[in-house]
Design a protein around this ligand. Structure first.
Ligand SMILES: *[C@@H]1O[C@H](CO)[C@@H](O)[C@H](O)[C@H]1NC(C)=O
Ligand SMILES: *[C@@H]1O[C@H](CO)[C@@H](O)[C@H](O)[C@H]1NC(C)=O
Ligand SMILES: *[C@@H]1O[C@H](CO)[C@@H](O)[C@H](O)[C@H]1NC(C)=O
Length: 233
């Protein structure tokens, strides 16, 4: 190759690399503005399962006493809720969303699999103070027993691939938050539990589809709450 051809080749390679880096950067990291994100997520139909199906697990056969991954086996209990209750809960939360013109990105249920009673809703909303994006969770349910310990687990998929999963001790989850600001304090008293909780969606998250599953299991391995969300940035 002549020196000139070599220089041109190098230049072309350099240009291609620069362009690909820029494209990858733009594709992955450049997020649309908040109002566009809101519209993007509005398009997705309300009546979907918020990604629940994508987290469905075929329970592995386990040795006796062996724990399942993230204690997921607790979810096979009988359903003590009637079909009517389930329908009422669906209607209640759908009307709540429609009435307020919210953009739903998730739901909170009494269990993770099978027919679920809806206990709450997750919406996408703009923080008017600083223009950031918030996931706001509403949850209203009755706790039948005092809860003294348990686990909080989460799984996240990014563009349909597993990204992250982790479990925390429920009562240590909010250790670094001042007591007055906590969502709950242990032991959690039986009774009506009604909360609105905001979580900022960090601005550094790359563009793409995020699906999450988060669930709380008590000390008797009974699922108390299971939430799913599905949104795009
Ligand atoms: C939750 O329950 C409380 C009182 O029981 C009620 O005032 C509130 O409107 C409910 N929240 C939602 C989002 O339904
Ligand atoms: C929960 O604990 C309180 C004391 O903290 C007790 O008075 C109450 O009876 C307990 N409730 C249940 C359902 O066990
Ligand atoms: C706790 O709540 C208070 C009042 O709602 C608020 O001013 C403060 O910033 C909160 N602190 C944290 C660490 O969230």
């Amino acid at each position: 190759m002549s020196p000139l051809a070599l220089r041109v080749t190098k230049l072309v390679i350099f240009a291609i690399i620069t362009a690909s880096v820029a494209i990858i950067y733009l594709k992955l990291f450049k997020r649309p503005p908040v109002d566009v994100l809101m519209k993007m997520n509005k398009k997705s139909k309300f009546n979907h399962d918020f990604g629940a199906e994508s987290f469905r697990t075929v329970h592995p056969v386990l040795e006796e006493n062996e724990k399942g991954p993230l204690d997921e086996l607790s979810d096979t209990e009988e359903n003590d809720v009637s079909e009517d209750d389930i329908e009422d809960s669906d209607t209640y939360w759908r009307q709540f969303i429609e009435k307020n013109h919210f953009i739903p990105i998730g739901g909170v249920y009494n269990k993770c699999e099978g027919t679920k009673l809806q206990l709450g809703s997750v919406i996408l909303i703009e923080n008017k103070e600083d223009g950031s994006l918030l996931a706001r969770t509403f949850v209203n349910f009755t706790l039948h027993d005092n809860v003294t310990s348990g686990t909080f687990s989460i799984k996240v998929k990014y563009n349909s691939k597993d990204l992250f999963e982790y479990s925390w001790e429920l009562c240590e989850l909010e250790d670094d938050i001042p007591e007055v600001n906590r969502t709950f304090t242990c032991p959690i008293q039986a009774g009506k539990f009604s909360k609105v909780k905001d979580k900022t969606i960090p601005g550094y998250l790359p563009a793409g589809r995020y699906q999450t599953k988060a669930w709380i299991v008590d000390e008797h391995k009974k699922t108390l709450l299971c939430g799913y969300s599905d949104f795009s940035l």
